[in-house]
Structure formats: structure tokens, C-alpha cells
Unconditional design. Structure first.
Lengths: 608, 299
């Protein structure tokens, strides 16, 4: 390959060609089909259906981006379709009478898409901050409100609607847009952004910890999806020649939801096929037309009970094909080590209501240091991790990561500063492969824009190769390479814990926070883990903060130990000092035991 | 000034109905953390059953107070069974699966009731008369509609009863325990299935009454009538703090008043936009609602 980021004119041209190839090849074909069949009177009915399918595909595939890939639930897609349709129609009705090169038509579609995307932003921004079900209600309400607005606005023709809209949209236009929608969605899904969408669906807390701006990605998915629905609306209006508010009711939204759910949440081919089937079904089963909605709703409930991810699930029709493997691309140079403290917690306190979970906690961690945080259950150890990673803000005190005050930063911002963590109950993206879990960890190191992912730009490709290589290396280091394409949930427990460490390391952290990595592992695995933690420190140059109950592991690996009890730091020092510290022993074993076994304690033989 | 009082009275009357529906949303959300999308349609079924019973007993030709009571009781019974069946058949098997799945199921049930209703009942509105005709009361220039008075009285009585049930009975204590932490509640010997079924039945019964009152106020019934009031009642529940019983009552009243004042002083065609505006505002400013408390996810 010539030059990594420059590239010769020839490779540039080839890349551009490859990126646009589907259109370069498809548009003439579409145009020929249009010319020879679609305009023949015999074929009129068939092509009317085919065009309806095209529009349904745009709607279903774009909704899949939100409902399937990102795991949110929007049920107001018809509302965005209406916005796009009406904006475009109003422009067309006021535009020039003749539009031989369809330039004004293209502009009107773009305006419709833009307006729908803007509406998506306005609706999504406030409601996507909250989890789950709110979006469903808000989008439901939005769909209705849009109709109320249209029915009350003279510009939009009130309840009667708008007509005659110039009928520019034909088979070629609609199917070009459908192919574009499928392609954009597919390329997005296969990029690092697509993995970010999936991570939001799988586990928002873990995604934040990996540096994914979850709200940002939800909003982006929603805005893109709304924009595409706007395109569908613009094309639909210009294809039918009229628009009326009655075509954008709940029923329309619900049909699209049914397509996405039946086809498989996250499966693009699934949505495409379901769009075709559900569009044709009522046409050919006229007798059932009245019962259509009843049948859809029963199908939906039954499917949820029997096959919750839809018929195809997240798979594609051709999913048996092996993945392409890439090589090459250099990892970026490591930033030089900092001499100052990596983590500097100053007198942090956090209260939940009346309960002080952690009180006046101070901790400094230097680069490449191995620090352990121990204490009885409920001492506040995990809360310290949650404070460090920004899950909770401290009530008092301050936390500095690499010299930067983290107050007001979201967890993903703190991940960018160089803190990575694992969770006490591992929070892998269970429905993603081991490889994708690690690749997702690389997400925040990437710079490619969404547009570049869609165009398959050069930077995007180089980054993708680099991510692949880095992720495979990390899997190899953790001894998980043979599990590369297994779903995370299918890994044995010990391997899941190692995969979580690999994912955390993929974020290129300066400090790694491990929350009980040895919990539930056997003696052999524990001694392996001890070696692994040291190796990680040496190989990746990270500091490690460890929460652990297994004293052998703690004593064997850590250079410094900090003991918490009831949120209060009761001791701090070298492993040797902690082992014989009477306050620590008292906290762990009770006062009586400490008195009776004073001799053994002094010899450092308590608790293994 | 008279006009203002008139709006207030209308607002309280509509708000009381919203509050009755909102209670069902909020109680189910409390115990299951599920937005029961089908709740607005249970409300519709309540009104529809009322219509059929009223026709069958001759109540719709010759309305009387005992007849109205009979119709209401029949519709309460029907909705109680419906609520029980919905929970049992559609929600219970999914109790441990991701929330998205139960949400989709809830939407499926909702559409099943709406379009099944449309298939059986026909899509057109039908006139609903249950209460005897009465000119209503007049206080100076302000008129108190008969239906409004009945609505407010019935709602206040029901809310008082509900308050007793939730805060002063064993079942109410169990409901609150399940809502606080269902795992722990089950370890303490609370029969969770029973509590959840009871919650659905209780919510559905309130929805049935609300359905009868609503249908009497705008004397008509149609299969999609549950949509808007359902949506607004949900907004009321969110406004008051979802999961919070007094919050739902407060939210319903505030929403009803806001709606009447907007439609009175601005334009009635924007009435339906008010709820949506309030919802966006609440989500932006105070997502936990007026009386709700925040809840952070445990990590």
C-alpha cells in the first residue's frame, strides 16, 4: 500500500470507485429496469408494490439502527417520515414548474431529511439521556403531535393534505435511496461506530467505562435514523403525488416496528426481507386486510415470548461466511510516561442520603504502581472505583486524574483520560464476540468520522486494521485468541474475567482498576492471575489498582495496600505492615480473635 | 373571572380522570418497572363494556342511577379479568427478560386491544349514555356539569380508598415492599406473583371507572379512545414521579388544569400538544418528577 495517510492519486481514485461502486453499478441497471418495465402499463401494479417495498425498506432499515443496533425503542417513525414528506412537498409545490435535471427535487429531499433529522435531535436529546422506556412514550407522543400540527397548519393543507405534488420519484429514485440506506447502515454497523452502538445496547455502564459517549451515540443513531425516515417521507409524497395526515398515524409507525422486530433486531437483511413481506402480505391477502393489525400485534407478542430477538436475531442471511482478517497498520506511539501522580484523590467523601459510604478518602497512585484496596464486605471499595471512574460524583473533596479535576466529567471522559476498569460482576457485552468486546475497547482511540466509515475512507480503513491487530494481540496476551469469535456469554467464567481485563487494556489506559479479578477462580487460576497482573504492568506500563479479598494474591502482587472499613481508611502501607496491623486484623477477624491469636499474627500467618 | 373558574372546574374534572388512569400506570411501574402500554386500552375496554352492558340492560334508553352503578360494576369486573389475563399471559413469562422485550409485548397487547376492538366494535364512535340527564348546578355564572360533579366525587372516593389500600392494608404493604425490592420481598415471604396480579387488577378497575366517566363526559365510545387519555395519563404519572401514588394524583390534576387553561386562553386545537410539552419539560428539568426520588443504577 502506498503511503498510509497520503496515498497516490491512483489508490485514491480506486478507493473512491470502490466506495461508490454499488451505485455506479446499480443506477444504470435500475434505470434500464425503469425504462423497459416500470413504465409499461401492464407492469404498473407490480411496480407500485415494488416501490412501496423500497420505501418500506428505507423505513425499516433506518429504524433498525435505533431499535435493533442501539437497543433504544422508538415508535414514532411515521412522525419523522411526515416531517420529511411535508417539508419536501411544500418546497416542491412552491418550486420551479420545470425541473428537468431534478436538481430542485434533490434539494427538496435533502431539506426534508434535514428537517426530520432536526426533529429527531429535538426529540432525542432530552429523552435519550434517560434509559429505555421514556423514548417509546416520547416518540409515540411526537408522532401524534406532528399530526396535530399538520392538521392545524394551513401551509400543510390541514386535514385535507397537499396535492398535486410533482411526481418525480419513480422506481430509480426510490431504489437508489433504498440501496443507499442499506449500505450506509451496513457500513456504519461494521465500523467502530457500529460497535459503539452495539455496546450501548448491551451494557451502558460498561460502554461508558470503555470511553463510549453513550448519550452521544444514542442521539446520533436517532438523528441519522430520523433523517432517513425523512427521505422516505419525501420520496413517498412525490411518488404518490399527495400527502395527507391520515397516512402518518400510529398504524404506519407500528408497521415499521413490526418489520424490525419480526426481521430481527439488528439484522439488516432481516429488516429488508420483513419490509418486503409485510408490504406485500396485505396486498395479496385482501380478505385479511382488516385483521392485519390484529395479526401483527399477536405475531409480535408471540415472537417476544418465543424468539425475543426476532426471526433472524442479529444475524444476517449470509452470516456463515468467514470474516476477513486484516493485518498491518502501526500502533500509535505511546505517550511518554508522566512523573506526576496518575490518580490523586483528595479527601473525597460520598453520601447516599444519610449513609456515608466513603469518608475523607485520599489516595495517590503513581505510574506503574501496584496498589491494592482491601477491606471487609461493604467497606466502600467498589464505591471508591465508582468515584474514580465518575459513576458517582464525590459529595466532597476532589479527584484528579493525570492532573485534571474530574468533577463534572462523564465516565467516558474519564476513560479518555486513561482510567479503565473491570467490574465486580463482570459486565461484558454478552451478545458480542470476544473479539468485538476488545475491539470496542479501542473505540475511543479512533478518529474516523461516521461519514468516513460510510465512505470507507482511508483513515477509517487503516484504523480498522490497526484495531484488528491490536485486539488480536491483546486476546493473545490473555490467552484468549482461540475464543476470538465466540460470544462473550459462552466463555467459561475464568476466561470471561480475563476478557474483561483485555477489553479494559484495549482502551490504552494509564491505570487499570480491577474489581475482584480473582473472585470465583481456583487456586491455579489465582496464581496465574498474580503473574498476569505483573506482566500487564511490565508490558503495558500501566498502574494497577486492585480490589481483592484473596490475601495471598494481594500480598503477593501489591506494592502498597490501603485498608477500608465502613468507608474509613484504617491503614495504609507496605504489605508486611498491613499484615501485622492490629486495626486491620480487628476489622477482618474481630477483636477477640485478634487478641487470642496475637502470636500468629505477629508471624504473619493469619488469613493464609 | 367567571371564565377562569369555569376552566379550573373543567380542568379538575378532566384531571381527576387522568389521575385515575395514571394510578394504574404508576402502580404497575412501581412493582414491575414496566410501562404498561396497554393500560390506556384497558380504559377503552372499560368504556366499551359499559356501552354493551348499558345496551343490554336498557340503561342507555332509560338512564338511572342504580343502572349506572350496575354498568360501572360490570365494567370494573370485566377490566379486572382483562388486567389479570394480560399480566398472566403476556407479561409474566417475560418478567426476567430484557425490558425492551416486555415493552414490545406491551405495545403488541395495546395494538391487539385497539384493533381487535375495532374489528368487533367497528371503527366509528357510538353515543354513550349511562347517567340520567340533569342540568347540573349553577353557581353564579359558573356552571358545574352533572358529569363533572360525579367525576370529581367518584374520583376522590376512589383515591381515598386506594390510599387506604396502599398504606393501611397487608396487601398494600406487600405492594410497597415489592416495589422497593422484589427479591428481598420474596425472601420475606411475600408472594410476588399474587402482588403483581393484584396490582394489575387494581389498576384496571380504576381504569374501568375512568373509562365510564370519560365516555359519559364526551358521550361517545370508540376503539381508539384510549390512545390520547392513556398517553396523557402516562405523562401525568411521569410528572408526579413514576412509581409514586400521590404523585400520580397530583400529576393528573396539574395536567388537566394546564390543558384546560391552554385550550381556554390559547386555542383548543393545541390542547393535545400540552401534555407532550410538559413531558419534554419534565424530562429536561426534573426527570424524577414532582414527588419522585432519583434512583441510581447499582454498579
Amino acid at each position: 500500500m502506498a503511503g498510509l495517510f497520503g496515498g497516490s492519486a491512483l489508490t485514491q481514485a480506486r478507493r473512491a470507485l470502490l466506495s461508490w461502486l454499488p451505485f455506479v453499478a446499480a443506477i444504470p441497471v435500475l434505470w434500464l429496469v425503469q425504462h423497459f418495465w416500470a413504465e409499461q402499463p401492464d407492469w404498473e401494479y407490480a411496480f407500485q408494490n415494488i416501490n412501496h417495498i423500497g420505501i418500506a425498506i428505507i423505513l425499516a432499515v433506518s429504524l433498525n439502527l435505533v431499535n435493533g443496533l442501539t437497543g433504544q425503542f422508538s415508535i414514532g417513525h411515521a412522525g419523522f417520515m411526515a416531517v420529511g414528506g411535508y417539508v419536501s412537498a411544500v418546497l416542491l409545490l412552491r418550486g420551479p414548474a420545470q425541473d428537468p435535471y431534478r436538481l430542485f427535487f434533490i434539494a427538496s429531499i435533502a431539506a426534508g431529511a434535514g428537517a426530520a433529522a432536526l426533529a429527531g435531535w429535538l426529540v432525542g436529546k432530552p429523552s435519550l439521556r434517560l434509559r429505555g422506556d421514556y423514548l417509546a412514550i416520547v416518540t409515540l407522543g411526537f408522532g401524534e403531535i406532528i399530526r396535530v400540527i399538520i392538521e392545524n397548519t394551513p401551509l400543510f393543507g390541514r386535514a385535507i393534505g397537499l396535492s398535486p405534488i410533482p411526481r418525480y420519484a419513480d422506481f430509480t429514485w426510490i431504489w437508489t435511496a433504498a440501496i443507499a440506506t442499506i449500505l450506509i447502515t451496513k457500513r456504519l454497523r461494521d465500523s467502530t461506530h457500529g460497535r459503539a452502538f452495539l455496546s450501548v445496547r448491551e451494557d451502558e455502564v460498561a460502554a461508558e467505562a470503555m470511553g463510549v459517549d453513550t448519550t452521544g451515540y444514542k442521539v446520533r443513531a436517532f438523528v441519522i435514523s430520523a433523517g432517513m425516515a425523512g427521505v422516505a417521507g419525501a420520496l413517498s409524497g412525490s411518488f404518490e403525488g399527495n400527502l395527507s395526515p391520515q397516512s402518518f398515524t400510529f398504524v404506519r409507525s407500528f408497521e415499521v416496528v413490526a418489520m424490525v422486530v419480526l426481521g430481527g433486531m439488528g439484522s439488516i437483511t432481516g429488516s429488508t426481507i420483513a419490509a418486503a413481506v409485510l408490504t406485500l402480505l396485505p396486498e395479496y391477502l385482501r380478505a385479511l386486510a382488516n385483521l392485519r393489525m390484529v395479526i401483527y400485534s399477536i405475531a409480535l407478542v408471540v415472537l417476544m415470548l418465543v424468539r425475543p430477538r426476532g426471526l433472524l436475531g442479529t444475524r444476517e442471511i449470509w452470516d456463515l461466511l468467514p470474516w476477513r482478517r486484516g493485518k498491518g497498520g502501526p500502533p500509535p506511539a505511546k505517550t511518554p510516561e508522566l512523573s506526576e501522580a496518575l490518580i490523586d484523590v483528595r479527601h473525597a467523601t460520598i453520601r447516599f442520603g444519610g449513609l456515608t459510604a466513603v469518608c475523607d478518602f485520599s489516595l495517590t497512585v503513581k505510574p506503574r504502581e501496584l496498589v491494592a484496596l482491601i477491606g471487609p464486605n461493604g467497606a466502600g471499595k467498589t464505591t471508591v472505583f465508582n468515584l474514580l471512574t465518575g459513576v458517582y460524583p464525590p459529595t466532597e473533596g476532589s479527584i484528579l486524574v493525570r492532573g485534571r479535576d474530574t468533577r463534572g466529567l462523564a465516565p467516558h471522559d474519564i476513560a479518555h483520560l486513561g482510567l479503565a476498569r473491570t467490574f465486580q460482576n463482570s459486565r461484558l457485552f454478552r451478545e458480542l464476540t470476544a473479539f468485538d468486546n476488545v475491539r470496542l475497547g479501542c473505540h475511543h482511540l479512533t478518529r474516523e468520522s461516521m461519514a468516513a466509515s460510510v465512505r470507507k475512507g482511508e483513515l477509517a480503513e487503516v484504523e480498522e486494521k490497526w484495531i484488528t491487530q491490536r485486539s488480536e494481540e491483546l486476546l493473545a496476551v490473555m490467552g484468549l485468541l482461540h475464543r476470538r469469535d465466540d460470544l462473550a456469554k459462552n466463555l467459561p467464567y475464568g476466561e470471561q474475567r480475563r476478557l474483561e481485563i483485555a477489553r479494559a487494556l484495549a482502551t490504552d489506559p494509564k491505570a487499570l482498576l480491577l474489581d475482584e479479578p480473582a473472585a470465583g477462580t481456583n487456586q491455579k487460576e489465582k496464581s496465574e492471575l498474580m503473574q498476569l497482573i505483573r506482566d500487564i504492568r511490565d508490558r503495558f506500563g500501566v498502574a494497577v489498582v486492585l480490589i481483592e479479598h484473596d490475601m495471598k494474591l494481594v500480598m503477593g502482587v501489591s506494592e502498597r495496600i490501603l485498608v477500608l472499613d465502613h468507608g474509613v481508611t484504617i491503614a495504609q502501607g507496605l504489605p508486611r505492615e498491613i499484615q501485622t496491623n492490629p486495626r486491620v486484623i480487628e476489622a477482618y477477624l474481630g477483636e477477640k480473635y485478634a487478641r487470642e491469636h496475637a502470636g500468629q499474627i505477629a508471624a504473619g500467618r493469619v488469613h493464609q | 373571572m367567571a371564565e377562569f373558574f369555569q376552566h379550573i372546574i373543567n380542568g379538575i374534572s378532566v384531571g381527576a380522570i387522568y389521575a385515575l388512569i395514571a394510578l394504574g400506570y404508576t402502580m404497575v411501574y412501581g412493582v414491575l418497572k414496566l410501562i404498561n402500554f396497554a393500560h390506556g386500552d384497558v380504559f377503552m375496554i372499560g368504556a366499551m363494556v359499559g356501552w354493551y352492558v348499558a345496551r343490554w340492560t336498557g340503561e342507555s334508553r332509560d338512564p338511572s342511577i342504580p343502572g349506572a352503578l350496575l354498568v360501572t360494576l360490570a365494567s370494573m369486573l370485566a377490566c379486572a379479568i382483562l388486567g389479570f389475563v394480560i399480566e398472566r399471559a403476556a407479561y409474566r413469562p417475560l418478567r426476567n427478560s430484557p425490558r425492551l422485550n416486555s415493552l414490545i409485548t406491551a405495545i403488541g397487547v395495546s395494538f391487539f386491544l385497539e384493533y381487535g376492538g375495532q374489528y368487533v366494535f367497528g371503527p366509528n364512535p357510538r353515543v354513550f349514555t349511562v347517567l340520567p340527564r340533569h342540568p347540573g348546578l349553577h353557581v353564579g355564572p359558573v356552571s358545574l356539569g352533572y358529569v363533572d360533579v360525579v367525576t370529581v366525587v367518584v374520583s376522590v372516593v376512589l383515591m381515598f380508598l386506594l390510599q387506604r389500600i396502599v398504606f393501611h392494608t397487608r396487601m398494600g404493604t406487600a405492594m410497597r415492599a415489592v416495589s422497593y425490592n422484589s427479591t428481598v420481598a420474596s425472601l420475606m415471604g411475600v408472594n410476588i406473583d399474587l402482588v403483581i396480579s393484584f396490582t394489575f387488577v387494581l389498576g384496571s378497575v380504576l381504569a374501568a371507572v375512568a373509562g365510564i366517566l370519560y365516555a359519559s363526559k364526551y358521550p361517545s365510545v370508540q376503539p381508539l379512545m384510549g390512545l390520547m387519555p392513556g398517553l396523557k395519563a402516562f405523562v401525568a404519572a411521569v410528572l408526579g414521579g413514576i412509581g409514586n401514588v400521590p404523585g400520580a394524583m397530583l400529576g393528573g390534576l396539574v395536567l388537566g388544569l394546564a390543558e384546560q387553561i391552554v385550550s381556554g386562553y390559547l386555542s383548543s386545537s393545541w390542547r393535545d400538544a400540552v401534555a407532550f410539552g410538559i413531558l419534554i419539560l419534565v424530562l429536561l428539568v426534573r426527570p424524577t418528577g414532582l414527588l419522585g426520588r432519583g434512583e441510581a443504577e447499582k454498579v
